[in-house]
Design a protein around this ligand. Structure first.
Ligand code: PMP
Length: 406
């Protein structure tokens, strides 16, 4: 039965995109009312628009821990989102030598690297991960020792939330003089990030993952990093990303940045408290449930779970029917029937892969919603379990096929 009309929609797909926070919308409307100039125009209207863009650039760079003064200041390039920032980073930072990637990268990293491998004579070296989805530092070191042109490792993995040891990764890349990019889209404004403490060359983020507008993101670039542009055109953003900047989107990004930082760790309804509550309820109802990467460090908003032998697409549809929005993985891959490559790299067996579902909470969710959501999820799973044979519900939650470091 479709009872969506009786129950409010519970949005638990915040890793795909977050709702715009009200102060963000208000700031954007205000900005749209008074900023109509092109930030590149030299007249008063243009200068006012430029001021908005440059102030946000400087403040956001400073918040990230970037160096804003000196002979080689760090840079913040505004982009249309994380996809573009990732493309600029991979194409623009790679020196001669293999591109080293982790297995859980977003398609906007691994597909551009694959394009470069096919058309531009590049090669890719894939890192392995352990059962908790964490890379082996010894393996990274052995690859770096053989020479590399770029390393890109996702900081907070979008499907599972698994956080990589970025400080140690950056220290190794620095030791071997290889640029390091990280896709930090799912971790920025979820936990504190400081690029002064972690010497990465470049970092990607996107405003719509922290209650800002879609269509704007950024690439932090270390002052010393040699970045080549992907697009050619005007002199905007020092030629690194030509095209007219949007003061309205920039203002939205900044307001969302500050607003989401103010929500970080608010006790009682913090992201991790809501996520942990959901996991606790599911664990009580289904002792066989597996939470992927739950012994590793995870981003506080993400839970990826499998109830072995349940069909994830059937569960997703059942949850949609009862008004719970979640996903089977990256939104960019939704609709795809393939199971997660990252979970496979972690050694998950077919029953776990085929039943993996991602729940991701946001700063606009409430504790009360978690109670409603867990009831709906548990009921939906029980309904589906009743329809499958009792034998198949007892498939062991086993992992196999792990590759060890050479
Ligand atoms: N990287 C990661 C880790 C993501 O989760 C996403 C969004 N699915 C992207 C990149 C792409 O972001 P955008 O929508 O801003 O292009």
């Amino acid at each position: 039965m479709n009872n969506m009309s009786q129950s409010p929609l519970l949005y638990l797909d915040n890793n795909a995109s977050t709702p715009l926070a009200t102060p963000v919308l208000e700031a954007m409307v205000n900005c749209a009312r008074c900023q109509h100039g092109n930030p590149a125009s030299p007249h008063q209207s243009g200068r006012k628009a430029r001021q908005v863009v440059e102030l946000v650039r400087e403040n956001t760079l400073a918040d990230l821990g970037g160096e804003i003064t000196g002979t080689q200041p760090d840079r913040l390039v505004f982009t249309s989102g994380a996809t573009e920032a990732n493309n600029i980073a991979i194409r623009g930072l790679a020196k001669d030598g293999p591109i080293i990637l982790s297995p859980g990268e977003h398609p906007s990293i691994d597909r551009v690297a694959q394009y470069m491998a096919k058309n531009l004579n590049a090669s890719i070296v894939w890192l392995d991960v352990n059962q908790e989805g964490v890379i082996y530092l010894e393996q990274l070191e052995s690859y770096l020792r053989r020479g590399a042109g770029l390393v890109s490792v996702i900081w907070g993995q979008h499907e599972t939330g698994i956080v990589q040891p970025m400080g140690s990764i950056a220290a190794l890349c620095n030791k071997f003089g290889v640029p390091l990019h990280t896709d930090a889209t799912q971790i920025v404004n979820k936990i504190p990030i400081n690029v002064q403490e972690i010497p990465i060359s470049a970092l990607t983020f996107s405003a719509h993952k922290f209650h800002g507008p879609k269509g704007i993101g950024g690439l932090f670039v270390r002052g010393s990093a040699d970045l080549k542009p992907l697009l050619w055109g005007g002199f905007q953003q020092a030629g690194m990303r030509p095209g007219t900047e949007s003061p309205v989107l920039v203002e939205g990004l900044r307001t969302a940045w500050l607003w989401s930082q103010s929500q970080m760790g608010v006790s009682g309804s913090s992201l991790s408290e809501m996520r942990d509550f959901l996991e606790h309820q599911l664990r009580n109802a289904f002792p066989e449930v597996v939470f992927h990467g739950d012994s590793a460090l995870r981003t506080p908003q993400t839970s990826c779970f499998s109830v072995p032998s349940l069909d994830r697409q059937a569960l997703l549809m059942a949850l949609d029917q009862v008004g719970v929005a979640c996903s089977t993985g990256a939104a960019c891959e939704s609709g795809a029937v393939q199971t997660s490559e990252f979970l496979r790299a972690m050694g998950c067996t077919a029953p776990l892969l085929e039943s993996a579902i991602r729940l991701s909470v946001g700063y606009l969710n409430t504790r009360q919603e978690m109670e409603q959501a867990s009831d709906r999820i548990i009921n939906s799973i029980k309904n589906l379990q009743r329809r499958i044979s009792p034998q198949s519900t007892t498939v062991p939650a086993r992992r196999e096929g792990l590759k060890m470091v050479d």
